[in-house]
Design a protein around this ligand. Sequence first.
Ligand SMILES: NC(=O)C1=CN([C@@H]2O[C@H](COP(=O)(O)OP(=O)(O)OC[C@H]3O[C@@H](n4cnc5c(N)ncnc54)[C@H](O)[C@@H]3O)[C@@H](O)[C@H]2O)C=CC1
Ligand SMILES: O=C(CO)COP(=O)(O)O
Length: 352
Amino acid sequence: MASRKSSKEKTIGVVGIGSFGAAIANMLAEKNKVMVYARKAEVVEEINSAHQAQGRPLNPAIRATQDPEEVCEACEVLFFMVPSSGFQDVARNFAPFLHPYHLVIHGTKGLCLNLPQGQTLDTVKKLRRSQLLTMSEVIQQETVAVRVGCLAGPNLSKELSQGQPAATVIASKFNEVILEGQRLLRSDRFQVYGNSDIIGVELSGVLKNIIAIAAGALAGLGLGENAKGLLISRGMVEMVHLSNALGGSVKSVIGLAGIGDLVATCNSENSRNFTVGYRLAKGETLEQIQADMEEVAEGINTVKIIKAFLETADLRAPITENLYRVLFEDLEIEEALQFLMKYPFNVDVNFV
Ligand SMILES: NC(=O)C1=CN([C@@H]2O[C@H](COP(=O)(O)OP(=O)(O)OC[C@H]3O[C@@H](n4cnc5c(N)ncnc54)[C@H](O)[C@@H]3O)[C@@H](O)[C@H]2O)C=CC1
Ligand SMILES: O=C(CO)COP(=O)(O)O
């Protein structure tokens, strides 16, 4: 499909300017003009006048607007960087202004529900695959955008903002999306790999959040590196089986977006998901933790969604199932750990 503007004129859109959106907007602004969409007038004003978003410094060349039409008119390439909880609303707001020539890449590591109006996870309790959506599926369901991609990998936003070296995966069925993502983001501090298995890459980023919560809990209990190694390897096996059941390939889970991100988030106090597990193990309740966490920990909702999917799938996912009971049914973390230690996992690797 022919591009409407020469690359010199291109402005890149960033939709959502939280911690990851800000890090990516700054990286894009090194080589391109960037226009940010923020829903709140005060955030737009803060970006345009103080060159920061909720206190996070932004490249002074980045401009912001509250108008989705202006972003879609100015930008052919859009990076959607909002949490899954707001993703369907954002896609619907942008839908009237998106055209098949737009290229949309998202960085969201969560899932949405595809239920008839009026139904919720609490009412249905069980989910079939068709009732849950990755973000690329949301974009395709809500808009006419065709060339869709995702960005996933070990990308803790704090480290990216500090300019530390990192790498990511751009996944898409369309090679041109991968090439454009690489062209826009690649630098001497940021390597960008390509992958055509978009569902597998999205699911890798989504599912590792579950294991990151569990890793935080082990750290909070004061357990050592042997226990962490056990969790990460069993977590990876669980991710492989879940991803496979949901339509992703094994290869993506054992790549940068899977094992790479799993290692980064299971070891970092900068991970919100890790922090949730850590604080739970230190005795706080989920309600207390959520009440004072300003940023999203996608893994909490993902555990709920995957637990409901397990009700219809012929599959066991013991880490997810036990974490669900810890988060939502008052199972003590120590009891969950005992259960896992006694679980009859007797084959080390059963997926290759
Ligand atoms: N922070 C990180 O290190 C990384 C985050 N991610 C993923 O990126 C996504 C976003 O995460 P963060 O930026 O960290 O979250 P955040 O909580 O820091 O920011 C989310 C941003 O989205 C905006 N937003 C929420 N609902 C919106 C709506 N309906 N319309 C417009 N804007 C809306 C919020 O105002 C906020 O600016 C999550 O799915 C997360 O898993 C992925 C890789 C790294
Ligand atoms: O996905 C991330 C880094 O790759 C960020 O993880 P958290 O959402 O747990 O902070």
